[in-house]
Design a protein around this ligand. Structure first.
Ligand code: 5AD
Length: 348
């Protein structure tokens, strides 16, 4: 009973006290989740109609200097075959995507020095020149303010940097001592200040995560008010320190998507590849829970399996940008319509 009231309160006030988030997460039932999803779909419809935006995702490099305990492309994974796409490769992917109708490109990659900031900015300018009318999203990790500023000035529209967990002690359980929660948060502040459409996000079911910690994630998302928010289940990768840990819950991930939609009706919320990897019809379920973005893979097929963040990561079928008809049908099955516009965030 109380849980239904809390969901209604969130829909009306777009905010809940921290303990209420924790109580919802700890005690929700399938009925509560179904109610939250229904309200989330209504909110989404009020802002974006029946539209789901598609983005072309390019995994430009799996070379990474970080050693996150959960991630398959972590530095210490010597079994990972490393690659970095050249500028020509990336432009060719964009060209293919453009011809397929994509108007947003997302360049994601490991954090490393393979691409200098100057190289990234030159590439950004080349992409924006060659594909006018397209939006460009980067997801390349932590940089100093001046680097983000240069990227913004070069024409980057959006930047994704998941916060991973909004609890500093939990952050320290998932990352090596060289990585700092405070630094990540500072990066997120910088991205906001520079006028990017900024994306934060977190994994569901990482080891050590509790309802209280997830409540902190929700409170952080509420207050940071991101334009985009990536939420997907943790999935173990066998060559990582957390490889023996169980995967996160699909149901909880879906419930959290709905709650985030309720607090931020305008947020761009992807149905993630991780969700689709773990659940049959995960994409459809995510859309039914309130997601309104999908990001099929535009990377060169030969490299795709090397971008292995977690085991069994999907990159074929409707997860491939080259199978748009399958994606269109999947989105339609969830009652929505696939749209290939830039799909910018609509401010409140
Ligand atoms: N399971 C699920 N998501 C993962 N990511 C990295 N490793 C995993 C994993 N094992 C997510 C992180 C990162 C994004 C690029 O991929 O949240 O920010």
């Amino acid at each position: 009973m109380v849980a239904f009231q809390l969901v209604r309160q969130l829909a009306q006030q777009r905010s809940l006290p921290l303990p209420s988030y924790a109580a919802l997460i700890a005690h929700y039932t399938p009925d509560v989740a179904a109610y939250a999803a229904q309200l989330a779909r209504e909110k989404r419809r009020q802002v974006y109609g029946d539209v789901v935006f598609v983005r072309g995702l390019m995994e430009i490099s799996n070379i990474c200097g970080n050693d996150c305990y959960y991630c398959g492309i972590r530095k210490s994974n010597t079994h990972c075959r490393r690659y970095a796409l050249s500028e020509q490769d990336i432009m060719a992917c964009c060209r293919q995507g453009y011809n397929l109708g994509f108007r947003t490109f997302v360049l994601q990659g490991g954090e490393s020095g393979v691409y200098s900031v100057e190289r990234i900015c030159r590439l950004v300018r080349d992409i924006k020149d060659a594909f006018p009318g397209c939006a460009l999203t980067l997801s390349l990790g932590e940089y100093p303010y001046a680097a983000y500023q240069a990227m913004r000035q070069a024409g980057v529209d959006r930047y994704l940097l998941r916060h991973e967990t909004a609890n500093a002690a939990h952050y320290a359980m998932l990352h090596p001592p060289s990585m700092h929660y405070a630094h990540r948060m500072r990066c997120l502040d910088d991205l906001k200040a520079l006028g990017f459409q900024a994306g934060c996000g977190f994994m569901v079911g990482t080891p050590g995560q509790t309802p209280d910690i997830l409540a902190e994630d929700l409170k952080f998302v509420e207050q940071y008010a991101p334009e985009m928010c990536g939420i997907g289940p943790f999935i173990p990768h066998h060559e990582t320190p957390l490889g023996h840990c169980p995967a996160g819950s699909v149901e909880l991930t879906l419930f959290l998507l709905s709650l985030v939609r309720l607090m931020h009706p305008n947020v761009l919320l992807p149905a993630t590849t991780a969700l689709n990897t773990l659940a049959t019809d995960g994409r459809e379920k995510g859309i039914l829970a309130g997601a309104n973005v999908v990001m099929p893979n535009l990377s060169p097929p030969a490299q795709r399996e090397k971008y292995s963040l977690y085991d069994n990561k999907l990159s074929t079928g409707a997860e491939s940008a080259h199978h748009l008809e399958a994606l269109r049908q999947s989105i339609a099955a969830a009652g929505c319509r696939m749209v290939m516009d830039r799909g910018d965030y609509l401010p409140l």
